[in-house]
Design a binder for this molecule. Sequence first.
Ligand code: SF4
Length: 309
Amino acid sequence: MSEVIEQAVPAADKQAEKQAYENNKLHKRLCRLVGQAIGDFNMIEDGDKIMVCLSGGKDSYALLDILMTLRERAPIKFELVAVNLDQKQPNFPADVLPAYLDKLGVPYHIENQDTYSIVKRLIPEGKTTCSLCSRLRRGILYRVADELGCNKIALGHHRDDILETFFLNMFFGAKIKGMPAKLVSDDGKHMVIRPLAYVKEADTERYAEVKGFPIIPCDLCGSQENLQRKQIKAMLRDWEKKHPGRVENIFSSLSTVVPSHLMDRNAFGFVDLKTDGVANPDGDIAFDEEPCSTPAASSSTISLQRIDS
Ligand code: SF4
């Protein structure tokens, strides 16, 4: 018996060591990818005060956690304020986030606004509530950002959200349009950033497990997850299983757009296009077969070093 124990202990140690190594690698990868996105899109500048929207889901916890790590290492100074909007959904555990944020020692604000009742009152039973709900939420968050003196708003959308939105817009909206990593808000007053833009959802999932984030369920409002988004998610999962690397290539393609080879007359001046008689070695070879090239490496590694070193 004692022999069994003697052999089992080192094996368990080895396993724990391996796990710690993997966890550390995951943390490093998240810091690297978030730093890279921040650098590529110039998301954070010296003196910024950033409102980090915290829903209680795995992605927003990961976002706050990684931004806090990067702030420690960054050669520039910026502030973070975590903000949660308590929409008064039934059974929302109002004490969970304050307890977590107190322990973390980050400045935070909980905004209490009963948008749940407004949505329930205005939208007939069985109709989808998300569009009014998110419109109300957006307005409140802009106001809170102003009140807190935040010039930027950070959201926890990741690579998979961006890809899903891209296909949703294409399949159901007939548009080539994704989810930008950085944008000016629709009221024209706020800069919205998505520092997890390069991060895979599987990584935020794993990171949430490793860190034991106190996850708040996202279905408290009773609304079902968008069926179309579910279909897209399944399609991407299936592609990735059958054709590893395809999803990564699609994501890279979002950074390498060639408007002259699409059909959007607003994005490229086809109507006024003229020949200039000057040969261009990189010009179009309209009669040749397009080579299937591998995506160019990201140009971002240099800027990444600014924040992730
Ligand atoms: S799922 Fe619920 S909380 Fe989220 S946007 Fe839709 S109605 Fe609002």
